[in-house]
Design a protein around this ligand. Structure first.
Ligand SMILES: NC(=O)C1=CN([C@@H]2O[C@H](COP(=O)(O)OP(=O)(O)OC[C@H]3O[C@@H](n4cnc5c(N)ncnc54)[C@H](OP(=O)(O)O)[C@@H]3O)[C@@H](O)[C@H]2O)C=CC1
Ligand SMILES: O=C(O)[C@@H]1CCC=N1
Length: 275
């Protein structure tokens, strides 16, 4: 099975790392290209044993899946570059935030199977939360292929395309929100006089434990939170500050803003098709 990546940045690398870790396909059956960062290409070859090339013919010939992972702003240019090399057998999987399937269909001018997916960078450790939708040309075999690949690097939900902007705001960007909280916890650990490395390990284990509880206890987040929060205790004192500072509202606004941005990216690209 040949999988070709167009765009070789954070998201492509996370998927490549996950695919290799889970032995989904041979290392030398994964191909990648970028715009011009040859150092990065050499690094990927060395780190993962994959093939990199700037030859579109070599990259795309007989690929079972073409994963499109450039920034939305570069989508038009990159799609135009590969368009002459695509045929109706191609199976194209875009992971771009905000870019609708019909924009891609218009740009590549070839009727082919297209999936739009929203994974996250936890793919690199086999823990992506991915949502995916398909155009009407994706065959059952291609759907199974995409689902098996994304499921190997995490969990996969099949959704209607109109859900993907919200999913981008929630779980596509989601890891960054958690890292942001960890940064704050690390900063606070320093301020309250804890040794950096010990604090880091405690924070990580706290996150893993909480995620595990959410996943395996069958209890809602609110119930788990209440179980930690003794009346008149330490957690109550801490959570009260979060409440006063409006942290819950801030997170809700944060996810709405990310969702809006995904919608906006789509509109910007759609308007380019009509101008
Ligand atoms: N990062 C994340 O957490 C997630 C990202 N995504 C989506 O994945 C996509 C990629 O994001 P990310 O990996 O973070 O971005 P990066 O900036 O890390 O990588 C973008 C890649 O695209 C390449 N590129 C740009 N233009 C072209 C071109 N014309 N032809 C070939 N390659 C090109 C760049 O090459 P060069 O370096 O040479 O310029 C680079 O390798 C985005 O659309 C994003 O919305 C989806 C889910 C999560
Ligand atoms: O910030 C971004 O645009 C990408 C999409 C989802 C996560 N990162």
């Amino acid at each position: 099975m040949k999988i070709s990546f167009i765009g070789a940045g954070s998201m492509a690398e996370a998927m490549i790392a996950g695919l290799i870790e889970k032995k989904i396909c041979r290392q030398d059956s994964i191909y990648a290209t970028n715009r011009n960062d040859q150092v990065k290409m050499a690094e990927l070859e060395q780190r993962y044993g994959i093939r990199t090339t700037y030859e579109m013919e070599e990259l795309l010939r007989d690929a079972d899946m073409i994963v499109f992972a450039v920034k939305p702003k570069d989508a038009g240019e990159a799609l135009s570059k590969i368009q002459p090399y695509l045929n109706s057998n191609a199976f194209f999987v875009s992971v771009m935030a905000g870019i609708p399937i019909d924009f891609i269909e218009n740009k590549i001018k070839t009727k082919c199977a297209i999936a739009r997916a929203m994974p996250n960078t936890s793919a690199s450790v086999g823990k992506s939360a991915t949502a995916i939708s398909f155009n009407e040309l994706v065959s059952n075999r291609q759907k199974e292929l995409a689902i098996s690949i994304f499921s190997a690097i995490g969990m996969t939900a099949i959704v209607e395309e109109n859900q993907l902007d919200a999913i981008t705001g929630l779980s596509g960007s989601g890891p960054a929100y958690i890292y942001y909280i960890v940064e704050a916890m690390e900063q606070s650990a320093q301020e309250i006089g804890l040794e950096r490395e010990t604090a880091k390990q405690l924070i990580i284990q706290t996150l893993i434990g909480a995620a595990d509880m959410l996943s395996s206890s069958g209890k809602e987040a609110a119930e788990l939170r209440k179980a930690v929060t003794s009346p008149g205790g330490t957690t109550e004192a801490g959570i009260e500050v979060l409440r006063q500072k409006g942290v819950e509202e801030a997170f809700i606004e944060c996810i709405k803003a990310a969702t809006e941005q995904s919608i906006k990216l789509g509109h910007i690209h759609q308007s380019k098709l009509t101008t």
